[in-house]
Ligand binder design. Sequence first.
Ligand SMILES: C[S@@+](CC[C@H](N)C(=O)[O-])C[C@H]1O[C@@H](n2cnc3c(N)ncnc32)[C@H](O)[C@@H]1O
Length: 296
Amino acid sequence: MDIMLREFGRYVEDAHRTKLFARAIAEQVRPGDVVLDLGTGFGLLALLAARQGAARVYAVEQEPRYLELAHALARDNRLDDRIHWLPGNSSTVALPEQVDVVISETLGQFALEEFTVEYLFDARARFLKPGGRMIPERLALFLTPVELSGPRQRLGERYGESWADISGFDLRRLRQAVLENEVLPYQVHTFGDGDRTLGHPVEAASFVLGQARSSRFLRAVTCKVDQPGTLDGFLGTFEARLSASAVLSTRPEEHLTHWRQVVFPVLPPRSVEEGTPLAVELGFHGGAGWSYLVQP
Ligand SMILES: C[S@@+](CC[C@H](N)C(=O)[O-])C[C@H]1O[C@@H](n2cnc3c(N)ncnc32)[C@H](O)[C@@H]1O
């Protein structure tokens, strides 16, 4: 089974995602523009740019097997005469000309995992005309303290409930350290009925795409409790500004997307009072993944 092809099904069904990219493309792509779609997949954003009147679209995809499908879809929709399909990673391809607009939807589960920051920095430097436009323009990550109704038990069950007696040794401290140092220390979660935010979202990192060179960061964030409750973790959401009027947000109060939300668990859950400051250190370390530490 091709897992990525299954992912494509989720992207197509995420109509909100497509609508926002279509709106940003309508705002940013002018008739006659030359466009780069970085990480075109099955070509949806390239099709949108071509339909918007782009003279040429360079559609780059590192998994060449998707390009055959993308090309056939463009033919089905009578837009293939303006799209040039280029196999390869964007950092290694060459384009025959500079472009007016760089478009990319290479946003990972918590935005950064597909290295969109690094690839868009490279694309802007090598391919974008001076004064050219980028979609997205800016990316920001947020943490919100939350109480969860359902999965509290499940979050605690990772690696077994207790390491209090492992061959007669008390290894609970090791379990805590292992959990806090996971490469992927979060769980994908759909914030829903019975879940509550205990405070406001606090920005943990932000990047101007094309200008920021690296997605790596390590940042101490302090969230404040506005509502007393049980702290089960920190909800991770991101916001991608695609254009002036198209902002993709994974916050629970916004339209649900296929990214849903992520939760960085607090183990064991703890009671928190109104006004309590909660200090979290969050980091992204490229291939080494995420680090996350909640101060006691
Ligand atoms: C999240 S999918 C989105 C596909 C398409 N952009 C869309 O919006 O429907 C990202 C795609 O980008 C490709 N990709 C990611 N980084 C890339 C890079 N630097 N160069 C070329 N392809 C890349 C992946 O192989 C994958 O097919």
